[in-house]
Design a protein around this ligand. Structure first.
Ligand code: SF4
Length: 199
C-alpha cells in the first residue's frame, strides 16, 4: 500500500466509522455502549491534566490524557464554563498537533540569501534573537522628535521609542506572560505591540 492510500485511509477512517455507527443506528442497533466501553479501555483509568486549546482567543478548556510520557487523547473539558466539553473542528484535532510525524521539534534557520534550512540549538537561536533585538533597538531608538509647541512653533519633544520592532502575541498567552511581555517591550521603547486574537 502506498503512502497516499495510507493517508487517505487515515483521513477517512473516523468519518467512515461514524457513518458505520449511523448506519447501525438506522438498523436499530445501538453501538453507544460499545463505544463507551472502547473509550473506557483506552483512557478510562488515566487521570487527565487540564489545559487550554492553543488555537484561538476563545480559550476552550481541554483535558489531556497521558500515560508513560505519551499523549493518548485530548478532549474538551465538560466542567469548562467556556466550552462545556465541546471543541470546534480545529480544536478537536489538537491531538494531531502533538502526535504528528510532521511536527517540527528543532529550530530551523535559513540564513539571509541561503537556500537550505539548517538546524540550530535552541540556546543559539534565542541568543540570536536577543542580539538582533538589541542591535535593532540600539540603531533605531529615538529619544526626541521635532514637534510643535502651543504657538505652532517647532519644538523638540521627548519620544523614547523605536518603530523598528513589532511584537505579535498569541491568543493563549496568559495574564502573567502578557504582563512580563508588556514590561519588556515598553521598556525597550517598542510601540507596535499586537495580538493574534485581534487580527
Ligand atoms: S476549540 Fe476551537 S473555538 Fe475553542 S479555543 Fe480551540 S480553536 Fe478556538
Amino acid at each position: 500500500m502506498d503512502n497516499a492510500v495510507r493517508s487517505r485511509r487515515r483521513l477517512l477512517g473516523p468519518s467512515l466509522a461514524s457513518s458505520a455507527v449511523t448506519a447501525m443506528a438506522a438498523l436499530g442497533i445501538d453501538l453507544r455502549p460499545t463505544q463507551a466501553r472502547a473509550w473506557t479501555l483506552r483512557i478510562g483509568n488515566v487521570k487527565p491534566v487540564p489545559s487550554v486549546c492553543p488555537y484561538c482567543a476563545v480559550g476552550c478548556d481541554t483535558l489531556i490524557y497521558a500515560k508513560d510520557g505519551a499523549i493518548l487523547d485530548i478532549e474538551g473539558d465538560p466542567n469548562s464554563p467556556i466550552n462545556q466539553g465541546t471543541l470546534c473542528p480545529k480544536g478537536a484535532a489538537i491531538y494531531q498537533l502533538h502526535v504528528n510525524p510532521n511536527r517540527l521539534t528543532q529550530v530551523l534557520y535559513r540564513r539571509p540569501g541561503g537556500t537550505a534550512w539548517e538546524t540550530l540549538g535552541l540556546e543559539e537561536a534565542m541568543d540570536m534573537v536577543a542580539d538582533r533585538v538589541k542591535k535593532t533597538r540600539d540603531e533605531t531608538f529615538e529619544e526626541t522628535f521635532q514637534g510643535t509647541n502651543a504657538e505652532g512653533k517647532p519644538e523638540e519633544k521627548v519620544l523614547m521609542a523605536t518603530t523598528a520592532i513589532f511584537s505579535l502575541g498569541g491568543a493563549t498567552m496568559d495574564n502573567e506572560w502578557n504582563h512580563i511581555q508588556q514590561k519588556l517591550l515598553r521598556g525597550l521603547g517598542v510601540v507596535a505591540i499586537e495580538n493574534q486574537a485581534r487580527i
